[in-house]
Design a protein around this ligand. Structure first.
Ligand code: HXH
Length: 344
């Protein structure tokens, strides 16, 4: 039962700042139910609303798992973010092929996209208040001339697949807040490319309302200065910002060790300090940030157990494998409390 938890609720502590969200799936809704209900007021489907999950064949929609998540959000009165409509991964091949098995024509692909967006956005418009319309289209290349990531979308439609996706989503639900979402968002080169993309969409009058910073971070990277500079820069667009997929891996990205079965001495204290610095920064920019969503909720379930090293346990969250608050939770909880005391 939710009331049996002793620590204070994160969503209550941060109610005047931003939503506190978690990515879920039907299994974690079951296994983490009371933790989710107590601490979080926003949810995102981890995989269940991606194109391949919802629409694996042209004439087949599979809504069961997504419906479980939508029903839980409705039942709990939680905000729900939609993730995601256009992406280069977890998207079925049929979409990009025509009737004869060749490359789909531009108009055919755009019509399929419009139809998919109408169906999916329309189905959940009572409960989903914002969508990650386009995910990860900016290149990671360090080369100065790189801009958009090569993809079937870009190849077949051209650069305006991005604008079209936002237009279709706006048409399907004029009230939904529409986001561009990406990772390595605090890298200065990629930051400027993301800024340029969103600025150009705004200049063209494309309906876009927010920038999603995935925030797949670790104990060492990115630097706080780069996080701050990214938030400052995206805020100059005049749009709301959300952290959409926050986790703090205990491993550097290129640390491929597989020998730890529990956090090393000092890791959880370092993680607590890191989370404290991060949430101080987010709290400082709360006028621009409308939600902070973790890509999971507690250390018993994280995609980082399989990325970038398959089968290596990670401990990225504020709650441990038995859902008890970690040192990082205490630091994060303190921030709005201390701010309230200083105001009095
Ligand atoms: C996110 N991508 C997705 O938005 C989310 O839908 C998914 O469930 C988990 C994470 C993050 C990501 C981006 C690129 C990537 C891996 C994860 O690919 C790389 C591969 C090798 C090296 C670096 C990145």
């Amino acid at each position: 039962m939710e009331s049996m938890r002793e620590e204070e609720s994160l969503k209550a502590l941060y109610k005047d700042a931003f939503h506190i969200g978690a990515a879920v799936n039907p299994l974690t809704i079951d296994s983490q139910r009371s933790l989710l209900a107590y601490h979080f007021n926003s949810l995102t489907a981890e995989n269940e609303m991606k194109f391949s999950s919802l629409h694996p064949e042209e004439n087949l929609y599979t809504f069961e798992n997504a419906d479980v998540i939508a029903a839980f959000a409705r039942e709990q009165g939680m905000a729900l973010r939609g993730h995601t409509l256009v992406w280069h991964n977890q998207t079925p091949d049929w979409l990009f092929e025509n009737e004869t098995g060749g490359k789909a024509e531009r108009d055919l692909l755009l019509e399929r996209l419009r139809s998919h967006i109408q169906t999916v956005v329309g189905r959940y418009k009572d409960v989903i208040y914002c969508w990650d319309v386009v995910n990860e289209v900016i290149s990671d290349e360090n080369d100065e001339s790189a801009f958009l990531r090569p993809s079937k979308w870009l190849d077949i439609v051209g650069e305006d697949f991005i604008a079209k996706a936002f237009e279709f989503a706006h048409e399907a639900d004029p009230q939904a807040l529409l986001f561009y979402n990406d990772y390595n968002e605090s890298n200065p080169h990629k930051r400027e490319r993301i800024y340029r993309l969103v600025r150009s969409l705004l200049d063209q009058g494309v309906p876009i309302h927010g920038v999603g910073l995935q925030a797949h971070w670790n104990l060492y990277d990115p630097t706080l200065d780069d996080m701050r500079a990214a938030i400052e820069r995206y805020a100059q667009l005049g749009l709301q910002l959300q952290l959409t997929e926050l986790d703090v891996s205990v491993f550097r990205f290129d640390d491929r060790r597989t020998d730890l079965t529990r956090p090393e001495k000092g890791m959880l204290e370092l993680q607590a300090e890191r989370y404290e610095s991060i949430f101080r920064l987010l709290y400082e920019y709360r006028e621009h940030i409308s939600a902070v969503t973790f890509w999971g909720a507690a250390d018993d379930y994280t995609w980082l157990d399989h990325f970038p090293v398959r089968g290596r346990k990670n401990w990225p969250f504020l709650f441990d494998e038995s859902h008890a608050p970690k040192p990082a939770y205490e630091r994060v909880a303190q921030i709005p409390k201390r701010a309230a005391m200083e105001k009095k």
